[in-house]
Ligand binder design. Structure first.
Ligand code: NAD
Length: 256
């Protein structure tokens, strides 16, 4: 196999985008690290250090000890509330606007794709836009609830029934939102090119979607700092920073 240089790979990706009809992006926490939000599995992110995910970040753990969940997620919440989209989120929004991208399937809860202006976004793991009472299911605007917790460290509760409020993020042990997941599956089946950015692909069932796209005929492109289990399936693999590569792809698409 001929080894391509980085600029040849970028040209190759731009050519694939031009040649195909339906390109979809699949993103994970790595696309947002350059907005200051740590991912989960990079060696130095530290989010899982000293915690058992099933204890602190599962729905069972949340119901047993919501304070432990809120305390653990507080630093991530603080950075997420203050974060801004980086050049990779903006590049994807531009690609959609110019008709190069059908939409984005994301595992991220940080809302940076919609804040960058992307319109079709399947948020598989929910978002922090809202919080819901786990007792009466009343829905609240997420930001003031989270900001108040960051201020007073008290577990937010429902003004109607005093039940605990849970941000609308999907914890281990919870089902993915059905409509979002079905929409994402349809997009994965329909696309003929999927660009995977900043995901270890280790979280199921989301991590299965690139393989679904591949099985149903799509070509895969991977932009990720570290190797992933899908690299061997991909037409082009770039191990580099997303915020460097995605704007370069957009610039290349603009050249002719
Ligand atoms: P992950 O942490 O398992 O993997 C992130 C991948 O991104 C790693 O392979 C890493 O090498 C790569 N990466 C890091 N910085 C990068 C950069 N600048 N450019 C390109 N690649 C980069 O992330 P995942 O696969 O999304 O799974 C983590 C789970 O945690 C998801 O379910 C997600 O919901 C959740 N999570 C979300 C956020 C967020 O919303 N921003 C942050 C942390 C975790």
């Amino acid at each position: 196999m001929i080894q391509e240089t980085l600029s040849q790979k970028i040209n190759h990706i731009a050519d694939l985008i031009r040649q195909t009809q339906h390109t979809v992006a699949f993103t994970g926490a790595g696309i947002s690290t350059e907005s200051g939000i740590p991912d989960f599995r990079s060696p130095d992110s530290g989010l899982w250090r000293n915690v058992d995910p099933m204890t602190v970040a599962s729905i069972f753990g949340f119901k047993r000890d919501p304070k432990a969940f809120y305390d653990w997620v507080a630093p991530l919440t603080r950075t997420t509330i203050n974060a801004a989209p980086n050049p990779s989120h903006i590049a994807l929004a531009e690609m959609e606007q110019r008709g190069h991208l059908d939409g984005i399937i994301t595992q991220n809860i940080d809302m940076l794709h919609t804040r960058a202006g992307s319109k079709t976004v399947f948020e598989l793991h929910g978002h922090m836009r809202e919080a819901t009472c786990i007792n009466c299911f009343k829905v609240y605007d997420g930001k003031p609830i989270l900001e108040k917790f960051l201020e007073d460290s008290k577990v937010p509760t429902c003004e109607t029934c005093n039940g605990v409020l849970k941000p609308n993020v999907i914890l281990f042990g919870e089902q993915l939102p059905v409509r979002e997941f079905q929409g994402a599956q349809d997009a994965a089946r329909k696309c003929d090119l999927m660009i995977i950015i900043g995901s270890s692909l280790e979280v199921e069932p989301a991590g299965e979607l690139p393989r679904l796209a591949y099985r149903t005929g799509a070509k895969l492109v991977i932009v990720n700092l570290e190797p992933t289990s899908a690299d061997k399936l991909a037409e082009v693999v770039i191990h580099a920073r997303a915020a460097e590569i995605l704007p370069a792809i957009v610039r290349q698409l603009e050249t002719n």
